[in-house]
Ligand binder design. Structure first.
Ligand SMILES: NC(=O)c1ccc[n+]([C@@H]2O[C@H](COP(=O)([O-])OP(=O)(O)OC[C@H]3O[C@@H](n4cnc5c(N)ncnc54)[C@H](OP(=O)(O)O)[C@@H]3O)[C@@H](O)[C@H]2O)c1
Length: 322
């Protein structure tokens, strides 16, 4: 009964907050938006929605064929003929290359207004199963591959006293989970980067948004599934599978409204509220709701922690008995 009341109160507050979410503060029309990882999944949808809202869109990834296909697809969503849809093949974990590309893009397409970092890769597994090269690959793409583009763009944003930065982390940037020791470390690091950076750039009218997608139906997620230990699969089943277009829409709307967190769906809202800590806030209504919910949510989290530990223990015993 108490559990039911807690869930009911949380659901009502979630709906109230959704209803009262402030409308977009800026428009993307005629603006230049750069999306790393824009040839696939969530990044491609961010690019499509940017095109639908009249932005000049640049997508960045490594594979030239995939970039070409994505560019053609994104062009079909443009709303006027002036819009430029550009593709650049570059590895985001190479700082010098990224710095050079941003310089060129500002010359050819125009000043960058919004940088959305979506390039990333998820490989699951127990820590001892990773070799050194795989660990470096994950850190390079997921952490440095976000830090470097952000570092390259910040001086330009500061000069213009305007700009929006989005870092795409994950729900496992808020909670550790079996099978995500390496990936989750990189995504936790992005939260530290986002929280510190937003304080550095606030006086320059630059905002930072940390996107926390749940499991989302993308080519990247399909690949990730191939590496998931059974324990990770069973624990992840608790939550559903989001649509990339919805995650991308929330990401853009939250970034334009200068919100620090961008989440999608009820479970993500609960986890984000539970892990809000010393993160920045954009509305006092949010703070009041968080203050009311934090205690009950901590109790609810105990149920999930126990059930996750039970799954791990059960799988362990099954393996021992084989
Ligand atoms: N899908 C999910 O369930 C989920 C959940 C939480 C968080 N996320 C995060 O959301 C982001 C997007 O995920 P997704 O599932 O949409 O991925 P995806 O479909 O695999 O797309 C990843 C994109 O990143 C690019 N990329 C990868 N490594 C790169 C590099 N070194 N340099 C430049 N581009 C690179 C890929 O193109 P190339 O390979 O051609 O370079 C591709 O365009 C990632 O950061 C992921 O960690 C995803």
């Amino acid at each position: 009964m108490i559990g039911f009341i807690i869930i009911l109160v949380i659901t009502i507050l979630f709906l109230v907050l959704k209803y009262f979410k402030s409308p977009h503060k800026s428009s993307l029309k005629g603006r230049h938006i750069v999306v790393t990882g824009g040839s696939s999944g969530i990044g491609k949808w961010v690019a499509i929605l940017g095109a639908k809202r009249g932005a000049h869109v640049t997508i960045i990834a490594r594979n030239a064929d995939k970039l070409e296909d994505a560019q053609k697809e994104i062009k079909t969503f443009c709303i006027n003929e002036e819009q430029k849809i550009t593709k650049v093949s570059v590895d985001v974990s190479k700082y010098g290359d990224i710095q050079h590309i941003f310089h060129e893009l500002e010359e050819t397409v125009g000043p960058i207004f919004m940088l959305v970092n979506c390039a990333g890769i998820a490989i699951c597994g127990k820590l001892e199963d990773f070799d050194e090269q795989q660990i470096k690959q994950l850190i390079d793409v997921n952490f440095l591959g976000t830090l470097y583009p952000v570092k390259a763009i910040i001086p330009k944003f500061k000069e213009r006293k305007e700009g929006i930065v989005v870092l795409t982390a994950s729900q496992v940037a808020l909670m550790g989970m079996y099978g995500y020791s390496v990936y989750s470390s990189c995504k936790f690091a992005l939260r530290g980067l986002a929280e510190s950076l937003q304080m550095e750039v606030k006086p320059y009218n630059i905002s930072v948004t940390l996107a926390l997608p749940p499991d989302t139906d993308t080519p990247g997620f399909e690949l990730e599934n191939q590496t998931k230990p059974i324990e990770t699969k069973l624990i992840s089943e608790v939550a559903g599978l989001a649509k990339p277009e919805q995650v991308a829409r929330n990401l853009i709307d939250d970034a334009l409204a200068h919100r620090f967190f961008s989440y999608s769906g009820f479970e993500s809202y609960i986890l984000t509220t539970l892990c809000v800590g010393m993160s920045p806030f954009t509305s006092f209504l949010d703070v009041i709701v968080q203050a009311v919910l934090l205690g009950p949510l901590r109790l609810l989290s105990v149920y999930y922690i126990l059930s996750f530990n039970y799954i791990v223990k059960k799988c362990h015993l099954e393996k021992m008995n084989k």
